[in-house]
Design a protein around this ligand. Structure first.
Ligand code: S3P
Ligand code: PEP
Length: 423
């Protein structure tokens, strides 16, 4: 058996300076694919992310009977009549394991879902329970987890459903995205602690409205999707701003300057909050026609940050905070325990193994900066743990990243792009 000795994280030789172009947003790409698959005609998608999560989404939709072809930079999605039997591999993709079952419910036949070993740990009970309440037959052996199968009859009644989406916004987005195709549409109420990741909910609603679907989200914790057609739409996908985060962070911690090209003027991505977050951490942010530029000032400030809306940015922010002039508190992110790994436990364990002082809070992390030493940083199959490790490795000699290949979940080019920027 070969032992993974880890990818030597390139140390910064000085201030990291450069320009980076990141590929398409995972969250927009997978929503665009789902919505195109249930639309009233073919859609042409450009700038679609090509990574493990989008490949899994494409395969899932093709297995259900959707046509997907590629010509140059354009991916054309042609809706077909949705049919089982089919098997869907979800890998570790939350957007596949949560967003595809509500679409599979519209298929005629049985659709079986499975995924990576750790995917079986990610909660599914809320979305499976909601689908049952909307009239869908699901078999999960009573576990509320993967593997499960959805037995569709070609249509879904839909209607009212109450759920607790405090564990993941994806439970709500999943129903929103397919709901217009249900006979009665869908009327979702959330009952529980706050739903995280508001930008991702806004993204779902905005993308539905762009395709002519009527969504009423005026009442807090309630979303009503009218039954109707999802219009086909040719779409250009924005760059993935969450994947831009580690590159910008490199400027923050080394006192350098990094520009991410094509930064959208307006966005529903959580990364839209990065300018404000990096400013609070001590950096200077500017934008021009070329993109967004973050300049490190030589000082990183310890901060108390509520990251509940932007949880997926937390690992990289934690890495920046490890070099701050005082402690930082990252709050509102208890749901990170449900991500690709238990990110709070993972960040605590791995930072502390390098000599750090990180403790889990009930809903987040306390990070007290300390001198760190090298070692093997475990990623737990989590792309964003690898991003965090790479940021640490800029200033910590001898840091090696176990399974750097895990970055292929959303950015297969990460190791090359990172080495290209840092060296
Ligand atoms: O809808 C989406 O595309 C996502 C929603 C968020 O999930 P949670 O609300 O579970 O954090 C986010 O963290 C994930 O990376 C992508
Ligand atoms: C939480 C994440 O992914 P997923 O879509 O698998 O939930 C993430 O990318 O940070």
């Amino acid at each position: 058996m070969s032992v993974d000795e880890g990818w030597p994280a390139p140390p910064a030789e000085g201030a990291v300076t450069g320009r980076v172009t990141v590929p398409g947003s995972k969250s927009i790409s997978n929503r665009a694919l789902i919505l195109a698959a249930i639309a009233d005609g073919p859609s042409n998608l450009t700038g679609l992310l090509n990574a493990r999560d989008t490949t899994l989404m494409r395969s899932a939709l093709v297995a259900l009977g959707v046509g997907i072809t590629e010509s140059g930079a354009t991916v054309t999605v042609t809706p077909g009549s949705l049919k089982g039997p089919a098997s869907v591999d979800c890998g570790l993709a939350g957007t596949v394991m949560r967003f595809v079952p509500p679409v599979a419910a519209l298929a005629d036949g049985v659709v079986a879902f499975d995924g990576d070993e750790y995917a079986r740990e990610r909660p599914m009970d809320v979305i499976l329970g909601a689908l049952r309440a909307l009239g869908v037959q699901i078999d999960d052996g009573g576990t509320g987890r993967m593997p499960y199968s959805v037995s569709g009859t070609g249509s879904v009644r839909g209607g009212k459903v109450t759920l607790d989406a405090s564990g993941s916004s994806q439970f709500v987005s999943a129903l929103l995205l397919a709901g217009a195709r249900y006979d009665e549409g869908v009327d979702i109420r959330h009952d529980g602690k706050p739903v995280p990741s508001q930008p991702h909910l806004d993204m779902s609603v905005a993308m539905l409205r762009e395709r002519g679907v009527h969504v009423d989200d005026a009442e807090p914790n309630r979303w009503v999707v009218a039954p109707g057609t999802v219009r086909a739409l040719d779409t250009a996908i924005e760059p993935d701003l969450s994947n831009a985060a580690p590159f910008l962070a490199a400027a923050v911690v080394t006192g350098g300057s990094v520009t991410v090209t094509g930064w959208p003027a307006a966005t529903t991505q959580p990364g839209g909050q990065l300018p404000e977050i990096f400013t609070r951490l001590g950096a200077e942010v500017s934008r021009d026609a070329d993109g967004l530029t973050v300049r490190g000032t030589g000082n990183v400030h310890g901060c108390d940050l509520d990251l509940s809306e932007v949880g997926e940015l937390s690992p990289v922010i934690a890495a920046v905070a490890a070099f701050a002039d005082g402690p930082s508190y990252l709050r509102g992110i208890a749901h990170l325990r449900n991500h690709e790994t238990d990110r709070l436990a993972g960040l605590e364990a791995e930072f502390n193994a390098l000599g750090g002082d990180v403790t889990q809070l009930e809903d987040g992390l306390a990070i007290r900066p300390k001198p760190l030493h090298g070692g093997l940083f475990h990623t737990y199959g989590d792309h964003r743990m690898a991003h965090a490790a790479a940021v640490l490795g800029l200033l910590v000699d001898g840091l090696r990243i176990e399974n750097i290949g895990t970055t292929a979940k959303t950015l297969p080019e990460f190791p090359d792009m990172w080495s290209g920027l840092v060296r």
